[in-house]
Ligand binder design. Structure first.
Ligand code: URA
Length: 195
């Protein structure tokens, strides 16, 4: 574990612990406020993210940004967004268990430095790895679990909502639940955005 962002980011950007390093364009380290109380975690970079080096910049990312804005969250101001796996799996296949295992320490280190109060997992794969392995995303999205003193919630993945727009209202409800929880347990998330 590194105790500072500079070393962590430098080492992560040069990672070659698994085979995904051979096909990546960019390592997608993560973005946002490193003092955030709320951290969003996705599965892994897709094509656009791999090309730009930023998480959630494709169509799914645009939808995510819209929903974030609706509850006064902003990836540049009061949250941090990262992925479980930092390099794009070819053809957007699911990251393999051994790739997840190799990569997860980067995320653990990010969580350790940020010390978020709330972690939101986007999609089943991230939720299964981070919240609980048998999570049923269709039933258990929007529910807060407490793990090691941190509140954790799974949300539907924005890509899944784009594939089935009928899911939009239930996806948005989770953002409202998140907003309520932030008001309850966070100190500065909604101050950070007002200046
Ligand atoms: N999907 C993810 O899970 N993460 C990204 O960064 C982009 C798409």
């Amino acid at each position: 574990m590194y105790d500072n962002w500079e070393t962590l980011e430098r080492e992560c950007m040069n990672c070659n612990k698994c085979q995904l390093c051979q096909t990546r364009t960019h390592v997608v380290f993560g973005t946002g406020n490193r003092n955030a109380e709320v951290m969003f975690i996705g599965e892994g970079p897709g094509e656009n993210e791999d090309l730009q080096g930023e998480p959630f910049v494709g169509r799914g990312g645009q939808l995510l940004d819209k929903m974030l804005t609706a509850v006064d969250l902003d990836r540049k101001k009061n949250i941090y967004i990262g992925n479980m796996v930092k390099c794009r799996p070819p053809k957007n296949r699911d990251p393999r268990p051994e790739e997840q295992e190799m990569c997860i320490d980067w995320l653990r280190n990010q969580v350790k430095l940020i010390r978020p109060k709330i972690i939101v997992c986007l999609g089943r794969i991230a939720a299964a790895k981070i919240i609980k392995s048998d999570i049923k995303i269709t039933k258990e999205h929007g529910i807060f679990f407490e793990k090691n003193g941190v509140l954790m919630m799974a949300m539907l993945h924005p890509a899944a909502v784009l594939r089935d727009p009928r899911k939009k209202p239930e996806a948005f409800e989770d953002f409202l639940k998140l907003q309520e929880k932030i008001k309850e347990v966070c100190d500065h998330t909604y101050e950070d955005i007002e200046e």
